[in-house]
Design a binder for this molecule. Structure first.
Ligand code: ADP
Length: 718
C-alpha cells in the first residue's frame, strides 16, 4: 500500500526509454532518504530484468512493471523469445511454454487453469467432489451441465422455481437468462444451468456480488493468498424476488459491470477516497458497512476462504500434473491472480459463482486504478521478482551442475532428496513472504487440514486420466520380468485384440489418454469377434465421426492434462513408425456475430492448430467445411475425401508427404476451411481423430473423435 503514495497511476501509460525520476518532492528525514536510496538502487539493477508485456492490453500492468519495479518492458511475442525474466499475459498459458521456461523465469498463469475458469469445467469438478462430500461442497449453486444432464435438470422444475442458464464459455453476462419453464430450454444447447439464488443479500435494495482476488503462487503443494481488497459490483435496478414478469430485467438480476454500466442509473466512482458509494465500490467498504450492521463478517470471510481452498483442492492434481515437466523445487515459476465471483445470500452464506483466470485489469475509474495497481505491485513483490533473486537461482543451478560433474553423480535426485530440497525452499519462501506480502493474506497452507479433499481429487484424477492403467501396466511388466526366463523365451507375449473395446483399451494403455467414448454402450456397440488372420479392406473414411460432446473429453482437457501423453504418443509413433497416423480434423462452427471483433479473430487464428499438430511426420491436416464434407490437405492442395476410399498405397504416399509437408500454419487452414469463421469467436476446432493406418489384423478403421475446444480466454470482465 505504501507504493500507492509514492507513484500515482492515473489510468494512462506510455512506455518510454527515459529515466524515471523519483516523483516525490517532499521533505524527508535521513532515514527515509536512505530507505529510498536502497530501494532505488535495487530498482536500478532491475533495469536489467526483462518483463514481457507483448500479450497484455492493460496499461496498469506495464505501468507497475516499468514505473514501480523499473523492469525493461519487452514487446516481442513471449513464445518467440526466451530471454524474458517475467511474462505477463492476458491469456491462458500452454504447457509447452512452461516446459521451455528456466527456473528463474516466471509467468502469470498456470497451464491447466481452464479446469476452474470455464463454467462447465468448474461445475463438473465441483459436482464430482460434491458427490463424495455433499455437505462440504455446498458452496456453489446446484449446477447441471446441459445437454448431458438435461433429464435430471428437467426433474427439478417444480422443486425449485427459478433457474439461471449460462453459455458454458461466456462472460460479462452474455447469453445468460433466467427461466421458470423447461420449455424455454433447448435440450440440445450447451449451457451451464444453476439454481437461482433468489434471496441475495441486498445493500440499498440492490443485489451485488464480490470480485475477490486470489493469488495462487504454487501448486505442488498449493500455496494460496487472498487479497484483502476487491470490488463489489452492484445491480442498478431495485431487487425484487424473481417472478414471471421480471425475469428479463438483467439490471436487477445480474450484477455484471459490463451490463449495468450502460444503465443511466449507474453511478461511477470518481474519487479513490470515496470507495463506498456508487455501483462499483471497494470490497472493504462493503464489509465495513456489514460490520456496522452487526453482521458476522469474520465468519463470512472464514467461509469464503474455506470455499476458495476447497475449490483449488478439486483441481490441484491437474495443475500439479503440468508442473512435473519442470524441475522447480521452489514451486514458484507460475503464479496466477484469479477473480473469484462471490454472491452472498440473505443469511450471509457465500456462494461461488465463477472463477476468472483473466480478471479485468481495466482501470476506468480512480477506484479501479487504486486497487488494481496495488494488487499487481503487491503480487510482483510477493513473487520476489528482482535481479538479486534471479542471480541467486542461476547460481544455484550452476553449483548443482558443477557438483554433479565433480562428484560424478549423474543420476537424478531421489524422491527423499527432492522432498528435502522442496521443504527447504518452502521455508525460505515462508520467511520472505511473511515480510513481503503487502495486502495479501496467506490462506493455504493453514492450520486446518484439507488432505481428504486433495486425496479424493487425486483419486478422481487418476481414474479419469487412466493413470491407473499405466501404473498397473508398469506393475505387470515388473511382474513379467520377474517371471522365469524360460517362459518368456518360449512364448513371446502376444496381445490378442478380440473386440473393438479391447482395441480401445490397447491403444489407450499405450498413449494413456481418453480418446475414446466413455459410455459403455458406445464402446460395446461395435464389438464383434475378430477372425484372426483375416485380411481387411483398405482403410476408409466415408463419414465424419459423430461428435457427441458428452461422450468425449474436450480437447483442452487432453491437451492440458496430458503433456506426458503427448510425449508418450510421440515415442509410440516413432516406435511403430508409420503404423500410426493422426488426422487432425478441424471443424468450424458458425460465427457468433455478437462477438465479432478483430482482436478475437486474431486470437482464434492463433489457437486453431492443435499442439498435436507439432508431432512430426504423423500428421495430416484436414479442414472440415461442414459436418458432411471435408478435405485432406496434401501438398497444399485440398483433396475432397468425403466418400473416397483411400487405399494402402495412397496412405503410404500421404505419410511420406506428411513428413515433407510443413506443419500447415493455422491461418492457412483457417482461411481455406471456412471464410464464415472469420466473423466470430465461436469458431471451434472441433473434432480430433486418431487412426491406425495399419490396424491390428481384423480391425477396420475406427474413427475416434475427440472434441476440441479452443481457448476461450478472449475477454476480460468483471
Ligand atoms: P458471467 O461470466 O457471464 O459474468 P456469471 O456466472 O458471473 O457469468 O453470472 C453473471 C451474473 O449473474 C452474476 O454476477 C450474478 O449477479 C448473477 N448470477 C449468476 N449465477 C447466479 C445464481 N446461481 N443465482 C443468482 N444470481 C446469479
Amino acid at each position: 500500500m505504501k507504493q500507492e503514495k509514492e507513484i500515482i497511476f492515473n489510468g494512462d501509460f506510455e512506455d518510454s526509454e527515459e529515466e524515471d525520476d523519483d516523483q516525490s518532492q517532499d521533505q524527508e528525514s535521513d532515514e527515509e532518504l536512505n530507505k529510498k536510496k536502497k530501494k532505488k538502487s535495487l530498482q536500478n539493477t532491475n533495469k536489467n530484468l526483462i518483463m514481457n508485456v507483448s500479450d497484455t492490453q492493460y496499461p496498469v500492468v506495464k505501468f507497475v512493471g516499468k514505473m514501480i519495479y523499473k523492469f525493461k518492458l519487452q514487446y516481442v511475442p513471449y513464445q518467440e523469445v526466451n530471454n524474458w525474466d517475467f511474462c505477463w499475459t492476458d491469456n491462458a498459458v500452454l504447457p509447452e511454454t512452461l516446459a521451455k521456461m528456466q527456473s528463474h523465469q516466471k509467468i502469470n498463469h498456470f497451464p491447466g487453469m481452464y479446469s476452474l475458469a470455464r463454467k462447465n469445467h468448474l461445475g463438473k469438478n465441483l459436482n464430482k467432489m460434491q458427490k463424495q462430500f455433499p455437505d462440504d461442497y455446498d458452496f456453489y449453486p446446484r449446477t447441471w451441465m446441459l445437454p448431458s444432464e438435461y433429464n435430471d435438470f428437467k426433474q427439478q422444475f417444480g422443486k425449485a422455481k427459478t433457474f439461471i442458464l449460462k453459455p458454458e464459455a461466456s462472460c460479462q453476462g452474455k447469453g445468460i437468462f433466467l427461466t421458470r419453464s423447461i420449455e424455454s430450454v433447448n435440450p440440445t444447447e450447451h449451457y451451464v444451468a444453476q439454481r437461482y439464488i433468489h434471496k441475495p443479500l441486498l445493500i440499498d435494495g440492490l443485489k451485488f456480488d464480490l470480485r475477490m482476488y486470489v493469488l495462487i503462487c504454487g501448486c505442488d503443494p498449493l500455496r494460496i493468498y487472498l487479497y484483502k481488497e476487491g470490488l463489489a459490483r452492484f445491480a442498478t435496478q431495485t431487487y425484487i424476488v424473481p417472478n414471471t414478469n421480471n425475469l428479463d430485467d438483467v439490471c436487477m438480476h445480474l450484477t455484471n459491470y459490463a451490463i449495468n454500466k450502460d444503465n443511466p442509473n449507474f453511478i461511477f466512482n470518481s474519487d479513490e477516497k470515496k470507495m463506498d458509494v456508487g455501483h462499483k465500490r471497494s470490497m472493504s467498504s462493503v464489509f465495513q458497512l456489514l460490520r456496522d450492521q452487526n453482521q458476522n463478517v469474520d465468519q463470512l470471510l472464514e467461509d469464503i476462504k474455506d470455499l476458495i481452498i476447497k475449490t483449488f483442492c478439486s483441481v490441484q492434481p491437474i495443475l500439479q500434473q503440468h508442473y512435473t515437466q519442470v524441475d522447480n523445487y521452489a514451486n514458484n515459476m507460475c503464479f496466477e491472480i484469479l477473480g473469484f465471483d462471490i454472491l452472498i445470500d440473505s443469511s450471509l452464506k457465500p456462494y461461488l459463482l465463477e472463477v476468472n483466470h483473466t480478471p479485468s485489469f481495466t482501470t476506468d475509474t480512480p477506484l479501479d486504478q487504486y486497487i488494481k495497481k496495488n494488487l499487481i505491485a503487491d503480487t510482483i513483490t510477493l513473487m520476489n521478482i528482482n535481479l538479486k533473486t534471479k542471480n541467486e537461482v542461476i547460481l544455484q543451478k550452476k553449483d548443482e551442475m558443477q557438483r554433479r560433474v565433480l562428484t560424478g553423480k549423474k543420476t537424478k535426485l531421489s524422491n527423499e532428496e527432492k522432498k528435502q530440497i522442496k521443504l527447504q525452499c518452502q521455508r525460505q519462501r515462508d520467511e520472505y513472504e511473511l515480510q513481503n506480502k503487502g495486502n495479501y493474506e496467506l490462506i493455504y497452507p493453514c492450520s486446518k487440514s484439507y488432505e481428504e479433499y486433495l486425496q479424493h481429487s487425486l483419486k478422481l484424477y487418476e481414474e479419469w486420466t487412466g493413470a491407473n492403467i499405466r501404473r498397473n501396466q508398469k506393475k505387470e511388466s515388473v511382474q513379467l520380468s520377474q517371471e522365469p526366463q524360460i517362459k518368456s523365451q518360449s512364448q513371446p507375449k502376444k496381445i490378442i485384440l478380440e473386440k473393438r473395446s479391447t482395441l480401445y483399451k490397447h491403444v489407450q494403455s499405450r498413449i494413456n489418454t481418453n480418446l475414446f467414448p466413455t459410455s459403455k454402450n458406445e464402446q460395446n456397440k461395435g464389438d464383434e469377434i475378430i477372425q484372426e488372420g483375416e485380411e481387411q479392406p483398405p482403410n476408409q473414411i466415408d463419414t465424419i465421426p459423430e461428435v457427441d460432446n458428452d461422450n468425449f473429453f474436450p480437447y483442452e482437457d487432453y491437451q492440458q492434462q496430458s503433456l506426458e501423453s503427448i510425449k508418450d504418443l510421440c515415442s509410440y509413433t516413432e516406435k511403430r513408425g508409420r503404423e500410426l497416423q493422426i488426422l487432425d480434423l478441424i471443424q468450424y462452427r458458425k460465427a457468433d456475430n455478437r462477438l465479432n471483433n478483430s482482436h478475437i479473430q486474431q486470437q482464434n487464428i492463433q489457437s486453431i492448430l492443435s499442439p498435436l499438430s507439432s508431432i512430426k511426420g504423423v500428421l495430416q491436416g484436414i479442414a472440415i467445411k461442414n459436418v458432411k464434407q471435408f478435405a485432406i490437405r496434401k501438398n497444399n492442395k485440398n483433396v475432397k475425401c468425403s466418400s473416397k476410399q483411400m487405399n494402402e498405397s495412397e496412405h503410404d504416399k500421404q505419410q511420406e508427404n506428411s513428413s515433407k509437408n510443413q506443419i500447415i500454419p493455422s491461418q492457412q487452414i483457417y482461411q481455406q476451411g471456412n471464410a464464415q469463421g472469420m466473423n466470430g469467436a465461436y469458431l471451434k476446432p472441433k473434432v480430433f481423430s486418431l487412426k491406425l493406418s495399419h490396424p491390428p489384423k481384423g480391425y477396420k478403421l475406427q474413427s475416434l473423435p475427440l472434441l476440441i475446444q479452443q481457448n476461450y480466454t478472449k475477454f476480460r470482465y468483471e
